[in-house]
Design a binder for this molecule. Structure first.
Ligand code: FHN
Length: 452
């Protein structure tokens, strides 16, 4: 017969083991990741094709973000289902009212090109779970639930190919509609869904729709994920999803707006409403700049989805400064519009985009194909470089003399990009000083080009 103390030990061990097993099975059953995101691929080696896409992505610098879906019918932004505590039954009335007969893919793509943009990222499915493409995985899509029926993404993909614009698909991890998106995350609690569901069946559903997006629209630019932060401890099985995309579209770039340091399998890193390293919005508190190509996204007014009452349009100078400062931070700028339910883009957006294109048609060499540096971002502005050229973007400087650090190498010439006029430089042991006469200054961006 076992002695009393060892019986005690034995029963203690038994209890600990039972707790561990029950905890693990509860987590697995509830889709929670075992700590440290165990499903994350330890490593990811991007293909040569993928690395080439990353370079092209970084050279492109400027893209059009499009938030469009049945929520535009209410003209109250893309979060209206959650913000107005709409049940699924209520929200499912919207698709019947979504009939964008004025949608013209050529018009949209031409506008992006006129703005100087090189790629488009459009919402294929946002948090409301509705697919604006013809999905065979679900009937909660444009083909089965709207009078419009046509596949928006198909028309856009064909037009983008015709006009040489890359097309990326935004795809929401979070889903306020799908019955298997369970346990619920931080939002979507008023949808009236049953309090049950099979999490891994939801992930299979998501992967199936991603397979459609990576199969039915030709070569795509990549996938822009969002909504991971609705359930940050869940087992999102990202390695499986990322492998699916990389296998089907080796050139495609994957980014995930999870506001953390990039996870293995990702090809670019985005920041929302902040320049890389910034955290004015509180999104990027847990983020870190990784070593992937960077992108920052922003809206022209305050809304991503169409909002008929949001008239807080940023001036084109503010938007251009965002693009230029992003380039100085070695990041792309993804600027958003929320089209109207009839398929038209509101005139305020069209006007802003065209004036940005105007500026880029004259100054684009100082942005496209450049990388940030060599001088790190400063309050007065930023620098971009390409080959033997360094571009100083002086955005906010009142004085005539601008002190700068020493430049690596010999300066062969220094000119104002706009006029080609020579810039007088005082070379001191501590660094350089640009002599910037008032009349040479530009209200948006005074660009000095150094040829090294
Ligand atoms: O909740 C979304 C929001 O609707 C929009 O899609 C933006 C775009 O970056 N991302 C999330 C907010 O962080």
């Amino acid at each position: 017969m076992r002695s009393r103390p060892c019986v005690l030990w034995f029963s203690m061990l038994l209890i600990v083991a039972q707790v561990a097993v029950s905890r693990f099975s509860a987590q697995a059953q509830a889709g929670q990741a075992a700590p440290a995101e165990s499903s994350q691929a330890a490593s990811y080696t991007p293909s040569a094709a993928n690395l080439a896409s990353r370079q092209a992505f970084q050279d492109s610098k400027f893209g059009l973000f499009i938030h469009w879906g049945v929520y535009s019918v209410l003209g109250d932004g893309e979060w209206v289902m959650n913000n107005k505590k709409m049940t699924i039954a209520d929200y499912e009335k919207l698709p019947f009212q979504f009939n964008p007969t004025a949608f013209n893919a050529a018009e949209w793509v031409s506008l992006a090109k006129a703005a100087g943009m090189k790629y488009i990222t459009i919402t294929s499915k946002h948090h409301d779970g509705f697919a604006i493409f013809d999905s065979k995985t679900s009937d909660y899509d444009i083909a089965d639930r709207t009078p419009y029926k046509k596949d928006i993404l198909k028309m856009l993909a064909d037009e983008c190919r015709k006009q040489g614009i890359k097309l990326y698909f935004y795809h929401s991890h979070r889903d306020w509609h799908h019955p298997d998106y369970f346990p619920l995350g931080r939002t979507g609690h008023a949808s009236g869904r049953e309090a049950n569901g099979d999490w891994y069946r939801y992930l299979d559903y998501m992967d199936n729709q991603l397979r459609e997006l990576c199969t039915n629209y030709g070569e795509i630019g990549g996938i822009w994920f969002d909504g991971w932060w609705d359930k940050p401890t869940a087992d999102w099985r990202l390695d499986k999803t990322y492998k699916l995309i990389h296998d089907l579209q080796p050139k495609a770039l994957i980014g995930n707006n999870h506001h953390r340091k990039p996870f293995p399998g990702e090809d670019f890193q985005m920041f929302e409403k902040d320049l890389p390293g910034g955290n004015t919005t509180g999104f990027s508190g847990e983020s870190e700049i990784g070593n992937l190509p960077l992108e920052t996204c922003e809206t022209i007014n305050k809304s991503w989805g169409y909002n008929q009452n949001d008239k807080s349009f940023k001036k084109d100078k503010e938007l251009l400064h965002y693009l230029i400062r992003a380039a100085g931070h070695n990041a792309n700028f993804l600027l958003n519009i929320g089209p109207m339910p009839d398929g038209k883009i509101q005139p305020e957006f069209v006007g802003q985009l065209k004036s940005m294109g105007e500026w880029l048609s004259k100054n684009g060499e100082s942005i496209y194909g450049t990388r940030g540096g060599p001088v790190t971002p400063r309050p007065w502005g930023v620098t971009t470089q390409k080959g033997k050229r360094i571009y100083f973007h002086i955005l906010d400087w009142q004085d005539t003399l601008l002190p700068l650090p020493k430049m690596p190498g010999i300066i062969r010439s220094a000119k104002f990009l706009k006029t080609g006029r020579k810039v007088d430089i005082i070379d001191t042991s501590a660094g350089l000083v640009f002599n910037l006469p008032k009349e040479a200054m530009d209200p948006i961006d005074t660009i000095v080009v150094l040829e090294m």
